[in-house]
Design a protein around this ligand. Structure first.
Ligand SMILES: Cc1cc2nc3c(=O)[nH]c(=O)nc-3n(C[C@H](O)[C@H](O)[C@H](O)COP(=O)(O)O)c2cc1C
Length: 410
């Protein structure tokens, strides 16, 4: 006898019987189209993004510097950080809100500035900016983004933070700050951990350059990643839209060199003083890993720091950023806001960084894995997934408020 789900059908003329399975639409089938079931964590999105994005864009996003030891250390270090639950007084609805610089945010994490995000997927900056606003969070726009200060400012308003690589040219520097201020960004991140260009060997091998050289390898790359190639062709090749107005025609023929020459340089105390004078609002120094740099940043008038090793993209012999966080958070206590990024790949990692003293957490690659994997839907999906996990972990711990997380360190 046939099982209830197996049906049989006989062709009228030949009399051949065909047996087939008449499965009702089940949750399992729906999962084929529902990203929440199909990509329930960042690793799933990472795998999908790698398949979907062109090789050159993938290498730009995923690579670290040198032998990628810092990149690996950043994620490995999280595994040994444990928190212990205290359940009897637990609460079913923990409060995930945090207040930074007088602004209330619904969740304690947001999007770190990532240069040329639109190389990873067209309009990635706008996709993630909208998702951040919807999630009641912050979007960090890079100086070297593929979208302009003004276009993203219209989406984010005060939910945007602008990241500055300090240009050598002071007129350009001051004009960029004025544009960011007029576009409504509520805080400025001054990145200090790119004192020179990084040796990213994978990027060299993959031929990452702006504009890209048209080689047989690039053509093969485009043909073998049709979804990315079609989307990119439809929207046009990514450009440095904030910066291109400062570049001469000659500079535009080799924008990578222009950006490197103008922006990849050590930041001095004079630079910070000059920026402080031209930026009216909270200023955070990004890429800080030592007590000495915290003291100098605060001396220069910063209200906060971003503890970060640039996601392992600059100095390969740097410690894991999470390993220096507890000491630096202690030094900043009551004096400055501490934002953390580098190596975060889950809601549990967000909770760990908050427990170790961060006031707020930013993620770079994780959000771009989301957009690379799912395009337009990737921003909201990644926010929702991480938010649900943060809430779940807080309930599992028995923690009511973000500020109480340090009490649960093992
Ligand atoms: C592809 C890529 C581009 C980046 N571009 C910038 C940038 O333009 N400015 C900046 O301050 N940081 C930049 N970062 C560093 C991020 O802001 C952040 O520090 C880092 O991604 C955190 O590590 P995670 O990727 O492990 O989350 C970039 C990171 C990546 C992965």
């Amino acid at each position: 006898m046939l099982s209830p789900l197996i049906q049989s059908w006989q062709t009228p003329k030949s009399g051949i019987a065909i047996k087939y399975r008449a499965t009702p639409v089940t949750t399992a089938q729906i999962s084929i189209v529902n990203p929440e079931l199909r990509y329930p964590n960042i690793s799933d999105l990472e795998r999908k993004a790698q398949k979907r994005m062109s090789h050159v864009a993938w290498e730009y996003l995923a690579s670290g510097t040198g032998a990628e030891e810092a990149l690996e250390r950043n994620t490995e270090a999280f595994r040994n950080i444990t928190l212990t639950p205290r359940l009897v007084t637990g609460n079913e609805q923990p409060d995930t809100r945090v207040t930074l610089f007088g602004q209330q945010l619904d969740i304690p994490f947001g999007v770190a500035p990532v240069g040329l995000s639109s190389l990873m997927w067209p309009k990635a900056e706008a996709i993630l900016a909208r998702a951040a606003v919807k999630a009641g969070s912050i979007y960090g726009l890079s100086t070297v983004a593929g979208a302009s200060i003004e276009d993203i400012g219209k989406i984010t308003g005060e939910r945007g933070w602008f990241q500055l690589y300090t240009p050598r040219d002071k007129a350009m520097r001051h004009d960029i700050l004025k544009r960011a201020q007029e576009s409504g960004y509520s805080a400025l991140l001054v990145t200090v951990d790119v004192p020179t260009g990084s040796r990213r060997e994978r990027q060299r091998r993959a031929g990452v350059a702006m504009p890209p050289a048209i080689t047989p390898r690039l053509i093969y790359d485009l043909i073998t990643h049709p979804a990315w190639s079609l989307a990119t062709a439809k929207n046009g090749a990514p450009r440095f839209r904030t910066l291109e107005q400062y570049a001469s025609a000659e500079d535009l023929s080799d924008v990578t060199s222009f950006v490197g020459r103008e922006l990849n340089r050590p930041t001095t105390l004079d630079d910070l003083a000059d920026i402080r004078e031209h930026w009216d609002g909270p200023l955070l120094v990004k890429g800080v890993m030592t007590e000495a740099d915290i003291e100098l940043s605060l001396q220069a008038g910063a209200e906060g720091v971003v503890v970060s090793n640039h996601g392992g993209r600059q100095l390969d012999i740097a410690p894991a950023a999470i390993d220096v966080l507890p000491k630096l958070a202690q030094i900043c206590k009551g004096r400055a806001t501490v934002v953390y990024d580098s190596g975060i790949r889950s809601g549990a990692d967000i909770v760990r960084a908050l427990a170790l003293g961060a006031d707020y957490v930013m993620l770079g690659r994780a959000f771009l894995f989301g957009v690379g994997a799912l395009g337009q839907a990737g921003g909201d999906h990644t926010f929702k997934m991480l938010r649900e996990e943060v809430i779940n972990v807080m309930i599992q711990l028995g923690c009511d408020r973000v500020a109480d997380l340090p009490d649960f360190l093992a």
